[in-house]
Design a protein. Structure first.
Lengths: 113, 113
């Protein structure tokens, strides 16, 4: 079965893309949970955090840097934001392609979970 | 003012350390919000996600890999877990030293925020 996020990265499926460079794509979540809700993915398929190897460290670190850059573009750096990676069933991971949620634009709840 | 997490990384302040290697330290949160609540930090000071540069990508990616390794050690990989980075006021970032929260051991709430 084709991976939806691979298809978004390749351009085969349309998405509201906010950043694309260096093997990373960032696009708006179709069901936003906050005023800013952007997903940042590696173009190359990695199933999830549990599958990250030493060889993936650069691109995974880049997801965080690009998420921070997207936050800057959204104008929410000063007030702050939350980055979330869900792994597996307990966390509600819905697409088996590693993705960082960038959430912000309003105060975010504590406790964290 | 001394940074608490720099002091934990250097061993100057004690913590319940679960992993230490390759410029990364993982230790249990003193006020756990889930059955597993571990913090993963770069030993070298990075203030937060907003300060991550291209030169930091390897160590930041390593935080995710080590968090996944800590989850494996906790036996929660199969059921899943959530990784969270808080940046700034809206997210409730409390220590200005980049840290990944590893949270798991029970079903985690949705929506995410």
């Amino acid at each position: 079965m084709a991976c939806l996020f691979c298809q978004i990265a390749s351009g085969e499926v349309a998405a509201n893309i906010v950043y694309k460079s260096e093997g990373v794509t960032a696009f708006r979540d179709v069901a936003p949970q906050a005023p800013t809700h952007i997903l940042v993915i590696p173009d190359r398929h990695i199933a999830g955090a549990a599958e990250v190897t030493s060889a993936d460290e650069v691109v995974v670190g880049r997801l965080v840097r690009v998420a921070a850059e997207a936050a800057r573009m959204e104008g929410i750096t000063d007030r702050g934001y939350r980055l979330i990676i869900n792994q597996g069933h307990d966390a509600g991971q819905s697409i088996d392609h590693l993705h960082v949620h960038l959430l912000g634009g309003r105060p975010l709840p504590t406790p964290l979970v």
